[in-house]
Design a protein around this ligand. Structure first.
Ligand SMILES: *Cc1c(COP(=O)(O)O)cnc(C)c1O
Length: 461
């Protein structure tokens, strides 16, 4: 709409940001051993390391906080949250948890089985970790062009490749697959959406073999908005009609409410299976808290009940998805290579195409993270050779991932499009000078390779 492209909210309370000098940032980088996770947040101007738990709450949410009922059992706030979740998910049973990973843990305990396959588009790391501890085989069956950062734009790069599931079932037998988990949107390849058609077809296939389907729903409303905008037959459906249809195809859903729940903490385990609910409640009591609070304060339940509804508001979603697109378009104007089309919660810059002279063994995306902080005080995160790299268990040789990117994650309702311009201008400048950059060397990694990106230390080459 002409004249209506700005943020659909106004700012009532502000949080001051510190502007720093390049010399200061170079010093802090050195102290952090060039790892963005080790930089103090107060020394960051625009923080795009994650979109998790960083949303700005609305005045309605802040006022709901005051209504929090802190009763141990049967809190009024729980019933408000339950009604809000039922409304959006169209599913009956709700168990809150303290974060998404706690819901993942409960789900893994109930659906991942030792020696059996857990199929996903791209499993989120916390589920993968839980599944591997339980001895399950977590496999990623995202469509091929969802893995290749340079591939052609496709409206639903988060889809699962159904032929790969069929092949696995044919080769190993359906009883070797314990669960199919669809992550919406698909975080690991750029917040790319999954189509309704794909969810329906995967679900039909799984059902015909008695395999349960779970949806990891951290970004449920962003996915629903993409379906409304891009998939035939959904243009005139409301976001809630779309979310309810999405969940009609699964037995259970987990959610990190730190994303589309528009709150700073919390998670959900939602199911239509009463037996599963009973087990989930037992696990919640042991690990989280009583079933009507699940590790959260009553006020957190209130804020989430409101936040979920604000998250499915179409004007909000239009702004949200178009802010990522705006940044992506501005970057492409300067020639900066990104994963196309832009996804829901950020922009992924292709490290290999940005620095073609820096091999994956010298961490091109990490080098870009360092350059962006050094030049502009903007903090992004590497999702490439460091975060997803592995070692061959037999030869000890390094294995490099398909995705080699720097993710610029966008917090919800936090930064304006002027902040996007700062990011785009800085990256444009770095891109013009790209030949002057050399790679990096990993000089420290923690004991667990799959978690090394949080604590790794680097040197510049
Ligand atoms: C963030 C996230 C999780 C884990 O949730 P936390 O609240 O961070 O524990 C699980 N799955 C997906 C897809 C996520 O984005």
């Amino acid at each position: 709409m002409r004249f209506m492209t700005a943020e659909p909210f106004r700012i009532k309370m502000v949080e001051r940001l510190k502007k720093t000098t390049k010399e200061q940032r170079q010093q802090w980088l050195k102290e952090a051993r060039y790892n963005a996770f080790q930089i103090k947040a107060e020394n960051v101007y625009i923080d795009c390391i994650t979109d998790s738990g960083t949303s700005a709450m609305s005045s309605e949410q802040w006022s709901a906080l005051m209504l929090g009922d802190e009763s141990y059992a049967g809190s009024k706030s729980f019933y408000k949250l339950e009604a809000s979740v039922q409304d959006i998910f169209g599913m009956p049973y709700v168990q809150p948890t303290h974060q998404g990973r706690a819901a993942d843990y409960i789900m893994a305990k109930l659906y991942a089985k030792e020696g059996k396959f857990a199929i996903g588009n791209m499993h989120f790391d916390t589920f993968r970790g839980n599944a591997e501890v339980l001895g399950a085989l977590a496999v990623d069956y995202v469509v091929d062009n969802g893995k290749d950062t340079a591939s052609q734009p496709h409206p639903f790069k988060g889809n699962i490749d159904i032929t790969k599931i069929e092949r696995l079932i044919e080769e190993k037998g359906p009883e070797q697959v314990s669960v199919v988990i669809i992550t919406v949107t698909c975080n690991n390849n750029g917040g790319q959406p999954v189509s309704m058609k794909n969810i329906r077809e995967v679900s039909n296939l799984a059902k015909s073999h008695n395999i349960p389907v779970v949806i990891d729903a951290a970004r449920l409303s962003e996915n629903a908005y993409f379906i409304q905008q891009r998939e035939e037959g959904y243009k005139n459906k409301s976001i809630k009609e779309i979310t309810r249809e999405m969940f009609s195809y699964c037995e259970t859903a987990t959610m990190s409410s730190k994303k589309d729940g528009l709150v700073n903490i919390g998670g959900l385990f939602v199911t239509r299976n009463e037996e599963i609910l009973k087990h989930a409640q037992q696990l919640a009591i042991v690990h989280e808290g009583f079933i009507t609070y699940g590790g959260l304060a009553g006020r957190d339940l209130e804020a989430l009940a409101v936040g979920l509804q604000e998250g499915v508001d179409e004007q909000y979603l239009e702004y949200r998805i178009n802010q990522a697109k705006y940044l992506g378009d501005r970057l492409m104007e300067s020639g900066v290579p990104i994963i196309e089309p832009t996804g829901g919660h950020g922009v992924y810059v292709d490290g290999r195409r940005f620095f073609p002279h820096i091999p994956q063994s010298e961490f091109p995306s990490q080098r870009l993270v360092v350059a962006l902080y050094e030049e502009a005080g903007v903090r992004a995160v590497e999702l490439g050779a460091c975060a997803f790299g592995a070692k061959d268990p037999i030869t000890g040789k390094d294995i490099y991932p398909d995705v080699e990117a720097m993710r610029i994650a966008l917090s919800r309702r936090v930064y304006t499009n002027s902040h996007m311009d700062v990011i785009a201008n800085a990256l444009g400048e770095i891109y013009r000078n790209r030949d002057q950059y050399k790679g990096m060397k990993l000089v420290y990694e923690g004991p667990i390779t799959s978690l090394r990106h949080f604590t790794a230390g680097f040197e510049l080459l």
